[in-house]
Write a protein that binds this ligand. Structure first.
Ligand code: NDP
Length: 421
């Protein structure tokens, strides 16, 4: 007889606006991506234009763009499969087993950089990607829809232990959006882990570089603003891939199923909206003074320091609480067995990593000046995302740790920004 021990209970609580959210977000967000890209290229660059600068259908689709997107995902898949880098285990699943993951994202980034250098040396005008941005985005959106349908259908063949707790409501629209299966795999190829940090994240910095090359084509040299945006975001992506193992303990991998929300986010939203500042600067150059540039570099440095230190501290604590870098920190015991940090970064605010991330997001927008709101789209959207994410995490932690979580909250009253929020 099949054991029901690990079967997830039919989960009826819904997030992201329930059925309405799950039905409208997959329509609204892809249109928003295309709209933002169109505004970015329009001479006025204003979000509030009427009629809106909608792209002509002939600018939305190009078979070359589809070949590039599919080829890019294939190339990154091949790099993922190469036997380089270490293999790490994820956190225990509900049945106690642990999955293995190849930690070779940084190798993939380096291999991609070598390939790009070869392309540039051979005279390939990388700047042509600027002209293809809309059809590239359309193709990436299409791929994310196809992948999400595939993920939804295959989840019905998955074992109960492999289903996510949150995407198992029985409501097809909601489950398609949230993702039913926790760690869908083709053999040892983990689809969610691959999509989290490879095609979209590396694609983002490649698009940034293409925008820089386009600027060189148009004006003969890259502007300081463009160099800062490229440098900051390359640092962020390199850091994520260098510390790839840390993604194994994040909410996306441990808790959320793989459905439209993550597939679209990873493959379309991240590369095409996170590169908006670089796209914007191609059409709307901004002269940045050296003093302003220094201030922005300092802001990014402070944000990065908080982000990196706090994430590393928690990861180290979760992996090995006896490690000398975390052994001296004050902790709180919980009925669930795990301990919570109440000093160090996690005693400063309850999500210091989000604070660092928001400061960096602001530093990525400032090089574009104050003439338009569009380059600030990222920091506005990202702050909303992190406030919402913090509330989700808070709910999960309260369910996991009960009274101990309440004690933590009274010890560390602020969520993200000390004395403000
Ligand atoms: P976090 O790394 O913030 O992890 C939250 C988990 O940490 C909790 O569920 C809990 O899990 C554990 N935790 C919380 N408080 C404590 C404590 N006091 N002591 C010990 N453990 C604690 O989750 P995210 O995945 O949201 O964020 C990871 C990073 O990714 C962040 O820097 C974030 O800004 C970034 N991010 C970036 C995005 C982007 O698009 N650029 C999108 C989303 C996130 P448990 O107790 O079970 O270990």
């Amino acid at each position: 007889m099949k054991s029901n021990k690990y079967k997830p209970k039919q989960h009826t609580e819904m997030e992201f606006g329930g059925t309405l959210g799950a039905g409208s977000i997959p329509v609204f967000l892809p249109l928003l991506v295309l709209y933002l890209l169109s505004v970015c290229r329009s001479p006025s660059g204003a979000l509030q234009q009427w009629p809106p600068p909608l792209p002509h259908s002939s600018f939305l689709w190009d078979p070359v763009a589809t070949v590039i997107v599919v080829g890019w995902i294939g190339f990154q898949s091949a790099l993922y499969l190469l036997p380089w880098g270490q293999v790490s285990e994820g956190l225990p699943l509900r049945d106690g087993s642990r999955l293995k993951y190849p930690i070779n994202g940084f190798h993939a980034l380096c291999a991609t950089a070598v390939l790009l250098c070869v392309c540039v040396c051979l005279g390939m005008p990388l700047g042509f990607l600027f002209d293809l941005m809309l059809p590239l985005a359309t193709s990436a959106i299409t791929v994310s829809f196809i992948l999400s349908f595939y993920l939804y259908l295959r989840s019905f063949c998955a074992r109960d232990t492999h289903l996510a707790l949150g995407g198992n409501t029985g409501n097809p629209l909601y489950d398609f959006f949230m993702g039913r299966e926790l760690n869908p795999r083709l053999g040892s190829f983990d689809l969610k882990f691959f999509c989290e940090l490879r095609p979209g994240l590396i694609g983002w910095v490649v698009l940034n570089l293409a925008m820089l090359m386009k600027e060189v084509e148009l004006r003969g040299f890259p502007s300081l603003s463009m160099l800062l945006v490229n440098g900051f975001q390359l640092l962020y992506v390199t850091d994520a891939l260098w510390n790839e193992e840390a993604v194994l303990t994040t909410m996306d991998i441990v808790h959320d199923g793989f459905g439209f929300m993550l597939a679209f986010g990873d493959l379309a939203w991240v590369p095409f909206t996170y590169s908006l500042q670089a796209s914007f600067l191609v059409v709307h150059p901004h002269d940045l003074g050296s003093l302003a540039a220094l201030g922005i570099v300092a802001l990014n440095g402070v944000g990065y320091y908080i982000f990196r230190k706090s994430n590393s501290q928690k990861n180290q604590f979760r992996r090995d609480p006896s490690h000398r870098s975390v052994a001296g920190l004050e902790t709180l015991s919980t009925a669930a067995g795990k301990r919570l940090l109440v000093s160090g970064w996690w005693g400063f605010v309850r999500h210091p990593n989000y604070l660092g991330d928001i400061l960096m997001a602001l530093a990525w927008s400032l090089p574009c000046g104050f003439s338009h709101i569009l380059p600030y789209f990222y920091v506005i959207y990202f702050s909303i995302l992190l406030v919402h994410r913090e509330a989700r995490d808070e709910r999960l932690c309260r369910a996991k740790y009960g009274l101990a979580w309440d004690s933590y909250c009274s010890r560390v009253p602020y969520r993200i920004i000390p004395y403000v929020y």
